[in-house]
Design a protein. Structure first.
Length: 425
């Protein structure tokens, strides 16, 4: 997760490995992902009907294939969409380059390689004391500001420096292991799973303002910081229960620094104790491989199903244009040029974070394009990736929660972004 210089920029090793594997496998990745999605659906059918002992007697396989009806339907849709997209059969609205093609050939190709390396290496991040160290060092910062434990700072850094998908995965695993309550997991997953610095550069370049990357990113950080303070204190996040996954109870005193210890000394001691418990390489590899399967089979079908449906609505219906109309008077009040054109991008980001930048690229006003680019990132919840990942993970958020949080973040961050834009332009 450590940022390193690479090809005239800065990135993280997982991203380098991911790009290398994408280049190696090339155009075969969509076929591999289609096979995985189809295998997942077939496995779910067999588990639901036959209930074979070799699956039901193994907790990991049972949790992978014995899913609830909603996820079962999503896996069925994903299998159909993936096959139609791979072979370009059926209605073009499903497999075009802006709908199913965008998901299977672009996003899932990236997720395939990111999931592989992030899943395999995740135990190295979780099991050797890093989180325990940060829990002791940063609790006095994270708790009052964001109502979160100190260890959540690693989740935030994993998203900002790496990718939002890594942050969601890390949060889900920590929640399952009893380190976060339902409320804490929901806050982290919907507040800090931002796109990477690298992808931010792609967004600002798409609207032709790459020379303004520094003020663009500073604006995102400021708006995101304010949203991260406000969102956990209002529904639906504030109403999430402070209970743990499957009744597990984390130690109530895990964030308390004992008398006679400094935060650093206590954090190092806790980190060493954690590392001592993980001295079997076979267990680490097994856990990593299970992480990969969990993401490939548990998350990818949900992303394919929901992402395709959302992009179809965005591409072939005026729904998002209608939904953006209430923003016209607000944008005009804040003196945003070309307010009507900008309003069409306000809600469409819920389908895919990149759509506002694509649509807004044709707007003449640089200030308006800047606002659209910033807002598309700070809205954070988009169904083609983070939203689908959250629904496919164990993080306790519903589809309605994601809609409400998306709207909240839009309303909270828009005035800050517009004010910054007026100062810059």
């Amino acid at each position: 997760m450590i940022p390193i210089p690479y090809q005239k920029g800065v990135t993280i090793p997982i991203a380098i490995l991911s790009n290398w594997l994408q280049g190696l496998l090339g155009e075969s990745i969509p076929s591999i992902m289609t096979f995985i999605i189809l295998l997942t659906f077939i496995g779910s059918i067999i588990t639901k009907t036959v209930k074979p002992s070799f699956i039901m007697d193994k907790p990991f396989l049972a949790s992978l294939f014995d899913v609830n009806p909603v996820l079962f339907i999503a896996r069925g849709l994903a299998a159909v969409f993936a096959i139609m997209t791979l072979y370009k059969i059926g209605p073009e609205a499903i497999w075009s380059e802006n709908t199913g093609g965008l998901l299977l050939e672009s996003l899932l190709s990236v997720l395939f390689t990111v999931f592989l390396f992030a899943g395999l290496f995740l135990p190295l991040l979780l099991n050797f004391g890093l989180l325990e160290l940060f829990a002791a060092l940063l609790t006095k910062v994270m708790r009052p500001l964001f109502k979160l434990p100190g260890r959540s700072a690693i989740d935030c850094a994993a998203s900002w420096l790496g990718d939002g998908t890594i942050g969601v995965l890390l949060t889900s695993k920590q929640y399952e292991e009893g380190y976060y309550t339902k409320r804490e997991a929901a806050i982290i997953g919907t507040t800090f799973s931002v796109v990477s610095i690298t992808f931010c550069l792609v967004v600002i370049s798409e609207v032709g303002l790459h020379h303004l990357f520094v003020p663009f990113y500073l604006t995102i950080l400021l708006a995101g910081f304010v949203a991260a303070i406000i969102a956990p204190r209002i529904p639906p996040l504030s109403k999430k229960p402070d209970t743990y996954y499957n009744g597990k109870k984390a130690e109530e005193t895990r964030e308390v620094i004992p008398n006679g210890y400094s935060p650093l000394r206590w954090g190092i001691e806790q980190a060493v104790q954690k590392a001592k418990k993980n001295n079997h390489m076979s267990k680490i590899f097994q856990e990593g491989f299970q992480n990969v399967l969990d993401m490939w089979m548990g998350v990818a079908p949900v992303v394919m199903a929901l992402g395709t449906l959302a992009t179809i609505v965005a591409e072939y219906t005026p729904v998002f244009t209608w939904l953006g109309m209430p923003f016209i008077p607000l944008l005009e009040l804040m003196q945003v040029p070309e307010a009507q054109a900008a309003s069409e991008t306000m809600i469409i980001g819920f389908a895919d974070m990149f759509l506002p930048a694509i649509i807004g690229a044709s707007i003449e006003s640089e200030m308006t394009r800047f606002i659209i680019a910033c807002l598309s990132v700070t809205q954070l919840i988009y169904m083609s990736e983070v939203g689908g990942l959250l629904l496919g993970s164990k993080v306790p958020v519903s589809f309605l929660d994601l809609i409400l949080i998306f709207l909240q973040r839009t309303i909270i961050t828009l005035p800050i972004i517009v004010l910054a834009a007026h100062l810059i332009f």
